[in-house]
Design a protein around this ligand. Structure first.
Ligand SMILES: *[C@@H]1O[C@H](CO)[C@@H](O)[C@H](O)[C@H]1NC(C)=O
Ligand SMILES: *[C@@H]1O[C@H](CO)[C@@H](O)[C@H](O)[C@H]1NC(C)=O
Ligand SMILES: *[C@@H]1O[C@H](CO)[C@@H](O)[C@H](O)[C@H]1NC(C)=O
Ligand SMILES: *[C@@H]1O[C@H](CO)[C@@H](O)[C@H](O)[C@H]1NC(C)=O
Ligand SMILES: *[C@@H]1O[C@H](CO)[C@@H](O)[C@H](O)[C@H]1NC(C)=O
Ligand SMILES: *[C@@H]1O[C@H](CO)[C@@H](O)[C@H](O)[C@H]1NC(C)=O
Ligand SMILES: *[C@@H]1O[C@H](CO)[C@@H](O)[C@H](O)[C@H]1NC(C)=O
Length: 539
């Protein structure tokens, strides 16, 4: 939703009165421990919240907190609902999701509330009554070393429904009528929660915006730890400058295949077209801070394994490899401390491994063998299946209920290979028999060069929520998704993103300008599902 900087809210005399005396919601599976509320006036935000525009106007809203628990579970779950004054409400509800190992964040409420939505988030109980950062994963393990099944269940789905029901109740009381429409908005873990909502609670939301979803997080958790294990077992840590050199070489190799040399890999089907042999870089000199280093055969082998993804010694591929063109810094981070390299694992991946899978807070991950890794991968899949389900999420009831599901994914996503979402889409299309039947209610857009939820060198999707609202409320299904803004390398690029499985084709003109690319006609026949967003790696 566009923000209007002139929207400096003046005093709302009725707010204090309206923002009091809520009755507790009745929830089927949970008991409400308390409900508290107070008005918040002219809240100015801390300057830098990642992913948010700067210079936001001050916020005024009614801040409601519902605290609940589940039967015999020892959980304390907070649901926070932010209600704009009646005069500013757009009649809609927007639930927001989390990221990594967190179920939700307070800062996710800012943009929706400024846009006039009543908005909510929940911690799902994962902050352990506001005592830990859920990203650590510590919530996954009880004091006796067992898995915290209640909190796993909360994250998997339960907290989504609790939040939706509690928020709708609060909205109805505050405004005197229910919201006309309900939406979900989340990326990564928040994207997965959106798909989970569609599958498990098909009538909770009319529209679901679920970006870069972490579908199958029981695979993503260990897969995002693969590079750490590869480096430990190949006996070498690769410095960031060497990884960057490989990333540049991959972009140089695959970029021209879409017809435009613009540093963006626009095609998701590189497996069919792009060959990259990491060994070709062996012996290349790379400038690293104040020194120069020569790329070794071991480093090339490590890069090959990261691009290939986790694979057992028997050759079973367990998950997708790093998306071509994505930065290695997300899951293969290393850092120099006093001239010695140390691994910098992706925090949620390490947390998942330590607390949910191995349940050993003191686990020394730097010594993990391949054998231990594959065993842990197996345990992770088993644990995940018992909470998330072993089969792909079935969203057909959401379809029947008239819901709309909109997703986009960055093709340079450094944490969740886009292949997983595109293959999920293909499975849905196969079960429905055609792309057109699928696109009646489910659409995925691909964003060339864009990283995980944001970042990268590609144009960032703009106003996806506006597109979803238009689809839900006016039946105008998005054919393209506008993208633009300054990318990380400083270029201003505008493009209309293509509806998967359409691919962008370069027409003519400056590749950074709108209209230089068009979306090709979609194939009419269903295409066999392959590992999209991969390339042929020679090792
Ligand atoms: C909030 O800001 C507006 C505009 O500056 C002002 O009129 C109003 O008095 C402020 N409200 C409170 C409670 O400070
Ligand atoms: C909203 O209320 C909760 C619970 O009282 C509190 O923790 C939170 O800081 C409040 N938020 C704001 C922005 O005042
Ligand atoms: C919500 O419905 C009411 C009528 O019940 C209507 O006046 C209002 O404009 C609607 N709001 C939106 C955002 O559609
Ligand atoms: C209940 O959870 C709290 C953390 O919220 C923890 O401190 C306490 O030990 C737990 N009690 C039991 C019986 O597990
Ligand atoms: C949660 O923490 C508050 C204090 O911050 C405390 O009063 C309350 O008893 C705690 N709840 C549980 C279940 O431990
Ligand atoms: C996981 O364990 C099961 C049963 O112990 C076994 O059948 C399967 O092959 C294992 N998978 C992997 C990837 O190790
Ligand atoms: C999904 O669920 C529907 C019922 O809601 C069922 O008819 C359909 O067969 C299921 N699809 C798959 C692939 O299991």
């Amino acid at each position: 939703m566009a923000l209007t900087p002139s929207l400096l809210w003046s005093a709302f005399p009725g707010l204090a009165l309206q923002c009091s005396n809520f009755t507790p919601p009745i929830l089927p599976d949970a008991q409400v421990l308390s409900i508290t509320s107070h008005p918040v006036y002219n809240l100015t935000l801390p300057l830098a919240i990642p992913g948010l525009p700067t210079n936001l106007p001050p916020l005024t809203f009614c801040n409601v907190t519902v605290t609940l628990t589940h039967g015999t579970a020892n959980d304390t779950v907070f649901v926070t609902v932010a209600l704009p004054p009646r005069e500013r409400w757009n009649g809609r509800y927007q639930a927001t999701g989390g990221g990594g190992l967190a179920a939700g964040y307070d800062h996710s409420l800012v943009v929706p509330v400024l846009s006039g939505f009543a908005a909510s988030f929940t911690d799902g109980g994962l902050t352990l009554n506001h005592t830990i950062d859920p990203q650590s994963g510590e919530w996954g393990m009880n004091n006796d070393g067992t898995l915290n099944r209640d909190l796993m269940l909360n994250l998997a789905w339960r907290s989504i429904h609790d939040m939706a029901l509690a928020s709708k109740h609060v909205i109805h009381e505050f405004y005197g009528k229910p919201a006309n429409y309900s939406y979900w908005n989340g990326c990564s873990q928040g994207g997965r929660q959106g798909y989970a909502a569609a599958a498990k609670y098909p009538t909770d939301f009319d529209g679901i915006l679920a970006m870069a979803p972490g579908l199958s997080m029981e695979y993503i958790g260990p897969a995002d730890f693969w590079p750490v294990v590869v480096m430990a077992n190949e006996g070498q840590l690769v410095p960031p400058c060497v990884f960057d050199a490989f990333q540049r070489a991959i972009v140089e190799t695959c970029d021209p295949l879409d017809g435009a040399v613009d540093e963006l890999l626009s095609d998701y089907d590189l497996l069919l077209s792009c060959h990259f042999d990491p060994q070709t870089l062996v012996g290349t000199k790379v400038g690293c801070e104040d020194t120069e280093t020569m790329i070794t055969a071991t480093q090339a082998r490590i890069v090959g394994k990261i691009l290939d993804g986790p694979r057992t010694p028997e050759g079973n591929k367990l998950w997708y490899g790093l998306a071509p063109g994505a930065t290695f810094s997300g899951i293969a981070g290393t850092r120099s401390i006093n001239k010695a390299l140390v691994p910098v694992p992706f925090v949620p991946a390490l947390g998942w491994l330590k607390y949910m899978v191995l349940r050993d807070a003191n686990y020394d991950f730097t010594k993990m063998s391949y054998a231990e890794y594959f065993e842990a991968f197996n345990t992770s899949v088993t644990i995940g299946a018992s909470f998330l389900g072993a089969d792909p999420l079935n969203i057909s009831a959401f379809h029947s209920a008239g819901g709309k599901l909109l997703s986009w994914v960055g093709l340079a996503d450094e944490y969740i290979p886009p292949s997983s979402l595109l293959n999920y889409h293909d499975q849905i299309a196969t079960s429905l028999g055609s792309y057109s039947a699928t696109h009646e209610f489910y659409r995925v857009f691909t964003a060339p060069g864009v990283g995980h939820c944001q970042g990268g060198n590609g144009p960032q999707p703009l106003n996806a929520m506006t597109a979803l609202v238009d689809w839900v409320e006016h039946g105008r299904a998005p054919e393209t998704l506008p993208a633009g803004t300054n990318s990380a390398n400083g270029k201003v690029i505008s493009r209309d993103l293509c509806l998967y499985p359409k691919k962008p084709v370069y027409l003519e003109g400056r590749a950074d300008e709108e209209g230089s690319f068009a979306c090709e006609e979609a194939p009419t026949e269903l295409e066999p599902s392959v590992d999209r967003c991969a390339m042929i790696i020679m090792m």
